[in-house]
Design a protein around this ligand. Sequence first.
Ligand code: F6P
Length: 356
Amino acid sequence: MKIGMLTSGGDCQALNATMRGVVKGLSNNIDDLEIYGFYDGYKGLIYGNYRLLESKDFSGILTVGGTILGTSRQPFKLMREPDENGLDKVEAMKNTYYKLNLDCLVILGGNGTQKTANLLREEGLNVIHLPKTIDNDIYGTDVTFGFQSAVNIACEAIDCIHTTAASHNRVFIVEVMGHKVGWLTLYAGVASGADIILLPEIPYDMDKIIDAIEKRHKAGKGFTILAVAEGAISKEDAALSKKELKKKRAESKYPSVSYEIAARITEKTGSEVRVAVPGHTQRGGSPCPYDRVLCTRLGSAAARAIMDGDYGNMIAMINGETKRVPLEDVAGKLKTVDPNCKMIKEAKTIGISFGD
Ligand code: F6P
């Protein structure tokens, strides 16, 4: 059996752990296994940059973050466009696949990666997708690998801010990754006891944020912690058209939404506000134990699907069980936080403000 494997898009802590699960699952059950690792995501598949790997290459990497194959962003919307030398990328990927006589391509990545995996499926290739992203925004799986590891890091960052904020009686904003969704901010915010949590799914009202800070102040609490998603948006901005919003952001003097919120709080309350941005630390380091288990299970289930010859699926985790979900049912969809979900209601019950 000949398997191709690649990791694409932004990295996370648990890519190696997942590849290890797939390879262990296959090599433990198949004698004549060849694994071709493509370098730097789809780039390696397009330009034929790969290496024949052995199962021992996947040993000792359960705890190692990043990806032994390297990764890159190859936007889905450009996949059908020729490269700078006129190369048809989709045809090039198919040629590499057929030249190597692969039985299947195992593709680890987020939403954009998944769309290209589905495109390759439509083009007739056997593919299996594994849902990676710290953003947890892949539709059709309860959880993505990388998410819990990132929650741990973001939570630790807010924990550290807590002690200094309390000592100085300051308002602090911690900006959390997550692209257009608020999963990471919601979980890290609740886990670290943030007082105000701002998510892209719940456009915020500046007056409500000020009310929440003042309420704490009146209750004798000198500091306030805001966990703000990088994609958080004000009510006013949410009402703008895409074009108007793009223009407004291009002209903004603030590097990100958190700095704008900080300036508004200072304007209205006169309080000092500090902004902390943990940024890419949230994607780094070793996968947490939860992710190691998740990846081992997803990887093993992917190996089983390959041995069954059941292709064209994402291997998902649903209600604690691994499931094969057809790519055609999920590609192009985004899993967002439901503003009316129980978790948000429960958080509001204990006094966390969502700025709405
Ligand atoms: O999708 C993962 C993610 O870390 C997002 O949370 C973030 O918006 C983005 O990638 C950052 O991308 P880059 O690594 O290209 O700066």
